[in-house]
Design a protein around this ligand. Structure first.
Ligand code: HEC
Ligand code: HEC
Length: 234
């Protein structure tokens, strides 16, 4: 991480905090829009959350607001770890985190930044994504993340447009206990039942699917989820 990059994020971190300074009546000379305040985030996630050339920085645009809000709280508490974000979010209150979540959930970038690399691994991941493996009680990814992979309201994220490295790193983080969600943690249940090569395969297949134009998550389905998820309760 070079120092000019650090300075850029640091300075825009102050702009981010200016949202709070404003609230206290000490206006800084910064345009008072969410896009201006979120410049620190745009450096990695894109101006409207569309992603950037680094596939490990996930797209945020169109993800369900409750999901984004919960993840921001995890990063602020240090329960999900990525140092630049842990630092930037430290002083932001719940109300501001909710505004940030809604900003990205309703952002409509003209296109997502994509990182597709065709991989022979993907073939083996297709069945897991579309059918799962009943013998091991692993449901299909699409049962919860949606047939077009845009997620489900109110708190299941879309997988469309995410990079294979990002997807496999998150599943790996669940396996090693670095990432967790509200219990019962359905994603941990799933990640623990997949081998490293299955994770690579399903991540590659998912990342190769073209994201639909409409990123809106599907509505909550009337039938229960195939596993209980504490972060998306029935
Ligand atoms: C230096 C790059 C960087 C900056 C700056 C940054 N992020 Fe992130 N963001 C990341 C990375 C990397 C991850 C994934 C971390 C992980 O779990 O390993 C992430 C994850 C997230 C997630 C979770 C997304 C998901 O799908 O689970 C949210 C929400 C988020 N960032 C919002 C923000 C906001 C809001 C800001 C500004 C306050 C911000 N980020 C600033 C790199 C960055
Ligand atoms: C029973 C429902 C369910 C099924 C089936 C399921 N997921 Fe999930 N998934 C979730 C929920 C809920 C979350 C959000 C967890 C949280 O709050 O952190 C999630 C989150 C994720 C994330 C994190 C996305 C991000 O933006 O950081 C990835 C990656 C993921 N799932 C991959 C998969 C894959 C691959 C499969 C299929 C092998 C799968 N999921 C099957 C419910 C499910």
């Amino acid at each position: 991480m070079d120092s000019s990059w650090f300075t850029r994020v640091f300075i825009s971190g102050i702009v981010l905090l200016s949202g709070i300074v404003h609230a206290e009546g000490l206006a800084l000379n910064v345009p008072d829009t969410m896009a201006a305040r979120l410049r620190a985030c745009a450096a990695c996630h894109g101006r409207q959350g569309e992603g950037s050339s680094n596939g490990y920085f996930p797209r945020l645009a169109g993800q369900p607001a409750d999901y984004l809000y919960q993840q921001l709280k995890y990063f602020r508490a240090g329960e999900r770890k990525y140092l630049p974000m842990n630092v930037l979010l430290t002083y932001l209150d719940d109300h501001y985190l909710r505004k940030i979540a809604v900003y990205y959930a309703t952002a409509t970038p003209s296109a997502l930044v994509r990182h597709t690399v065709a991989s022979p691994l993907a073939v083996a991941g297709r069945d897991l994504a579309l059918q799962g493996d009943a013998a091991r009680n692993v449901p299909a990814c699409v049962a919860c993340h949606g047939a077009t992979l845009t997620g489900m309201q109110p708190a299941i994220p879309g997988l469309a447009g995410l990079d294979a490295d990002y997807i496999s790193a998150q599943l790996g983080a669940w396996r090693t206990g670095i990432r967790h969600a509200q219990p019962p943690d359905c994603m941990q249940h799933i990640a623990m039942r997949l081998s490293a090569s299955e994770i690579a395969a399903v991540a590659n297949w998912l990342s190769m699917q073209p994201p639909p134009r409409d990123l809106a998550p599907m509505p909550r389905q009337p039938q229960p989820l195939p596993l209980s998820c504490g972060s998306a309760p029935d």
